[in-house]
Design a binder for this molecule. Sequence first.
Ligand SMILES: [Zn+2]
Length: 493
Amino acid sequence: MTHTAQDLAIFCKKKGFIYPSSEIYGGLAGLYDYGHLGTLLKHHFENVWRNYFLGLDRNFFEIDTAQIMHESVFKASGHLENFSDPTVDCSKCNFTERADHFVQQVTKQRTEGFSPEELNSLIGKHQLTCPKCKSKLKPVTAVNMMFPLHLGVGTAQRAFLRPETAQSPYVNFKLQYELQRKKLPLGLALIGKAFRNEISPRNLTLRLREITQAELQIFFNPSTISKHPLFSSVKNYKLRVLLEEDRKKNQPVERTAAELVKRGLPEFYVYHLVVIQKFYVDLLSIPLAKFRFYQLDDKEKAFYNKYHFDFEVELADHGFTEMGGLHYRTDHDLGGHQKISKQSMEVLEEATGERFVPHVLELSLGVDRTVYALLDLAYDDDKKRGNIVLHLPSSFTPFFCAVFPLVKNKEEVVTKAEEVDALLRRHNLKPFYDEVASIGRRYARADEIGIKYCITIDFDSLTDNAVTVRDRDTTEQQRVAIDQLAGYLEGLR
Ligand SMILES: [Zn+2]
């Protein structure tokens, strides 16, 4: 059964996944809170992300860094000058919108990366007016999206909330390189907040003013980019990509990793495309048909990205939506920080005697967007059951299992259920315990929040020392002996 983005937003609030922040005061656009279930889901996602990406190499580590950063960081990165969105305002009313999105919506022409001048000429050509009051629109201007701050009082020092987490690994690179025994490739991973003063935030957590990013920055010797030691193990892996040349048909094509290398992409880059697709398809269980890489053209990608593929997931109402990107940023960032900080970012590789500024490959994804995608794809309004079923993969669901005493007024049944609950806790299976309402109602509530297995302790349990285990997706039930229950469930994880 299909649903709308609105259905999902209502559901997320009703169940405690995601709801507007500061809501008792009317909320603030582009700011959301995760409720008790949303927080569990988000943390589970972050842990899976950590285990997977840090597991790629022994020299990859996570760091945890300040969200407020020195003004010079953003001089070096170019954000002070360039981190702006084209904005269009009405000359009469309070209508304000991102100009590229506004023009794209009306003209159905892709406008990513268009300059204010180009957008102005499209507005003139199509004679676009304010969608609210039909008045003339003011010329498109570029508005910087960073949040400035003043530290302390008196001679206040200017600083910024970071607009991307990436700058933290870059400014820490040289120190971490020394600490991590001067070895390349070196990976610095980070899960953290970034802040962007979006002009028109919307769509629940798809466009936020405060976002959580999960990023892996890989620093490497640029002369090694054409090789990856594990490439032969993935060369026949099929990637779903929409290359520039596929745009007319708007249909992604499955191409092997080896084919993309033959077309001129370096092995080191293509290997990490495979890493990302495997993460989305194998670990997050995103159906392959709903996943694709989108190759950005020269106009769309930032000037410092030599190669840039976004990865996208198809969402209800929104179509294919960017989840993150794989960016080959060359030495743009370290070079910029070397220039502004006057500290050398060069390294000397002892094995080869080469001296160079390392290049950066950035694997970056939006945690909020990916969690949204997990919820969107899991949401199933099951008319036959008469309730929503959230088919979340077992590693992400807020609760893997639940414990239900069949009745709550029979002491022996409740005591047995509490014993089972304690047993599963000892095995770190963290069950959800529910004794309220009929068993059918409890199954429905468990389905709605994605609990994979419901364990019912009934009257027979008192004599046979066994319980009923019900599977969320099939609703099939198994009788399992209590002394084998923990092992049985661990085997299903
Ligand atoms: Zn207006």
